[in-house]
Ligand binder design. Structure first.
Ligand code: C5P
Length: 215
């Protein structure tokens, strides 16, 4: 069977950077599952759909074509990379992600990324729902102020201006929504190794996970 490393955790914990680098070190594929939820949000915005309409959102989700190519995300053949990373998209993504029907449609798509020689998948429920058989499961987090700092830096680098208190508040609200929803709530599930990266560089976090994998 194709090995999977699942890396779950809250928004802006650094799991994306770390997961991508672990995948590169191992020469494996990488799945950014948050990007799929973000793409549903972008597709909904393009179609002018209400975020309250679970049925239409699930249909849109089933119909959309997605491709990760040349370091970009393509939605129905149009580059969605820039829209994907905005805070508004992240917030909309966490709303559409609370719908069971949207999650069911994305389940099959996510499992399709599992290909030889292996897959590193990051998200909220990679180890608990999508790849419960993953050989290594990590719950990666960091303190809220550290995560806000990381997200703020990321936004500024992309030329997206944001005020620090707003970033903190957005993250806090997103955590709350992701943690309290009935489907696939964000939590540290019991068979995942816990990694707090608050005082850690990305290099150190990558080395820790590779060490666990090789143990
Ligand atoms: O990780 P990222 O911030 O890109 O994820 C955007 C939103 O998508 C999250 O706030 C979360 O609600 C949702 N998500 C999810 N399950 C995943 C990945 C992301 O519900 N596996």
């Amino acid at each position: 069977p194709v090995p999977v490393i699942a890396i779950d955790g809250p928004s802006a914990s650094g799991k994306g950077t770390v997961a991508e680098r672990v995948a590169r070190e191992l020469g494996w594929h990488y799945l950014d599952s948050g990007a799929l939820y973000r793409l549903v949000a972008v597709a909904a915005a393009r179609a002018g759909l209400s975020l309250d309409d679970e049925g239409r959102l699930a249909e849109t989700c089933a119909a959309m074509t997605i491709e990760f190519r040349d370091g970009k995300a393509w939605l129905d053949g149009i580059d969605a990379s820039e829209d994907l990373r905005s805070e508004a998209t992240g917030i909309a993504a966490s709303k559409v992600a609370a719908y069971p029907r949207v999650r069911t449609v994305l389940l099959t798509r996510q499992r399709g990324f599992r290909r030889l020689p292996g897959l590193v998948a990051d998200g909220r429920d990679m180890g608990s729902v999508v790849f419960p058989e993953a050989r290594l499961k990590v719950f990666l987090t960091a303190a809220l102020p550290v995560r806000a700092e990381r997200r703020h830096k990321q936004l500024m680098e992309k030329g997206m201006y944001a005020k620090m208190p707003d970033v903190v508040e957005d993250l806090r609200r997103r955590d709350e929504r992701d943690a309290t929803r009935p489907v696939a709530p964000l939590r540290h599930y019991s068979d995942a190794l816990f990694l707090d990266t608050s005082g850690m560089t990305a290099d150190a976090a990558v080395a820790t996970i590779l060490g666990w994998w090789r143990e």
